[in-house]
Write a protein that binds this ligand. Structure first.
Ligand code: PLP
Length: 488
């Protein structure tokens, strides 16, 4: 059996305890502390003796003693293993912790999502179908990146803003496709748009500063601003996006530091902010001197017409921090996003990144650069857009058929989710609970609200499901709805 790691221990050669008993004690301490869980292979006697600089017979003596005491099983040819029948360290850790600083920083354990994930159909908040990513091309690009950087001895610390070729590619895309006045110096690579939002909050907010978000918004963004000490305000929204009259009234009462928006496909309602509201928002930012944090998390998947240009394309005073991501385009697990802003802001992003994780993953950055440079990313986007557009059309028809007449929705111009309004007679919380019972998860609107209360709607992410999964999920949802309505 291949032992993967060496076992380190400190011996006191001048101490009163014989060395072989010190080894015995170190192994018992390791077992009791959880460092050596049941079944762990121990190093061969020769290897451990070499590592410790002792005679091999000393180690053999120690292993015999551990075997005699029942801590270790020795099997001829295979070596020594920690006994499988011992109480584990987890048992010891189950005791209530003494008061200590770490006892105060924990959070309760979340539900173990993985346990139920297999049988559940998830109508997520709008995640992509990662089965669609061009994994052949991507793995080839990773291979190229690894070979090129390793050979050139360049797989080392680099620019915290991300590698220059990637920033150049992103800047070119933002210039050509989104109308931003942008070069590589305006771009910082981050580990997903959530990190971009957090960095924006860190840069902008001092404790007590006021920040506005829509009353229905992306909860992790709310949490990011709150974690920096922001006082949060909710601004209503309607079918044209953020209510800019209400925002103006708020600004008159209370100077704001920043406004967070998702204008392309408002999260969670999917509404695309109208051109008039966009102009008004940028004008208000100028007049009342606040920054706009624009989260353009799924820009690429817009079907209705040419995507509207981001707020950042209308910003000539450096007030907008534009945040984008490859999580929807490729996969959330790649952790690659970007912040586009003035070079000063980007330098400050770099300083913050140096504190958090020093820099991104050079291989992912270079592999994605290759995909962008060769046009493979664009090709994938075109293909994925066609698939999602057809899934959206399919979802719209099937949702109406399965849940009529108790639901209503506007067909979104893009994005990977529907925002489904329920008729007054339906209790959304009961529906979500019954749905879970039937093996399908929906996300009730109240999860996205800035205050407790009923929101008679839910977000139904369709993008990650193929036709068969969608039908199965909707059938289960229909059964859950029937528990409240009787036969549909
Ligand atoms: C509105 C919105 N913003 C940001 C994110 C974060 O995405 P990521 O950090 O994976 O880029 C998501 C993820 O679903 C989202 O829906």
């Amino acid at each position: 059996m291949l032992r993967r790691w060496t076992l380190t221990m400190t011996l006191d050669r001048d101490g009163p305890l014989p060395v072989h008993l010190q080894i015995v004690q170190a192994v018992i301490d390791g077992i009791q502390g959880g460092r050596l869980p049941p079944g762990t292979p121990l190093p061969g006697s020769r290897t451990l003796a070499d590592a410790l600089g002792v005679n091999r017979k000393t180690v053999v003596l120690a292993y015999d003693e551990l075997h005699a005491q029942g801590w270790v099983n020795t099997q001829s040819k295979r070596g020594a293993f920690v006994s499988a029948q011992l109480p584990t360290a987890a048992d010891a850790h189950r005791q209530p912790a003494d008061r200590c600083p770490l006892a105060e920083v924990g959070l309760p354990a979340p539900d173990d999502g993985d346990e139920v994930a297999d049988r559940l159909i998830e109508f997520s908040d709008g995640v992509p179908d990662t089965r669609l990513i061009p994994f052949d091309v991507l793995s080839r690009a990773y291979r190229h990146a690894l070979i090129a950087t390793a050979r050139a001895n360049r797989l080392a610390y680099g620019d915290p803003r991300g590698c220059a070729p990637l920033r150049q590619e992103i800047a070119a895309m933002l210039r050509l496709e989104r109308g931003l006045d942008c070069g590589a110096e305006h771009v910082c690579a981050v580990r997903g748009s959530q990190m971009g939002i957090f960095l924006a909050a860190r840069m902008l907010v001092r404790p007590g500063d006021h920040v506005a978000l829509e009353t229905l918004s992306y909860p992790p963004a709310r949490s990011a601003f709150a974690s920096c000490g922001a006082v949060l305000h909710g601004v209503p929204l309607d079918g044209s996006g953020l209510d800019t009259d209400a925002l103006e009234a708020l600004c008159r009462r209370q100077p704001l530091r920043a406004v967070f928006v998702t204008p392309h496909h408002q999260f969670p309602t999917t509404v695309t902010m109208s051109a008039e509201r966009r102009m008004r928002l940028v004008e208000l930012a100028r007049r009342f001197d606040f920054a706009i944090v624009e989260d353009d998390y799924d820009h690429e998947f817009h079907f209705a017409h040419r995507p509207m240009l981001p707020l950042a394309s209308m910003d000539h005073g450096g007030r907008v921090i534009h945040i984008g991501s490859l999580s929807k385009v490729l996969a959330p697990g790649l952790r690659l996003g970007y912040v586009a802003a003035s070079p000063d802001v980007i330098r400050r992003c770099a300083a913050e990144i140096t504190l958090i994780d020093r820099q991104g993953n050079a291989l992912t950055e270079l592999a994605v650069t290759e995909l962008m440079h060769d046009g493979e990313l664009k090709r994938h986007i075109r293909r994925a857009r066609r698939i999602y557009q057809s899934r959206l059309a399919d979802a719209a028809v099937q949702v109406r058929a399965a849940l009529h007449p108790h639901v209503d929705f506007d067909l979104p111009g893009g994005g990977l989710a529907l925002w489904i309004r329920l008729s007054d007679s339906i209790d959304i919380d009961r529906l979500a609970a019954a749905a879970l019972d039937e093996g399908v998860r929906i996300l009730p609107g109240s999860q996205f609200a800035d205050r407790p209360g009923r929101v008679p709607a839910f977000r139904l992410g369709y993008g990650s499901l193929d036709g068969e999964e969608l039908s199965r999920g909707l059938e289960r949802l229909r059964k859950a709805l029937r528990r409240q309505t009787g036969p549909l």
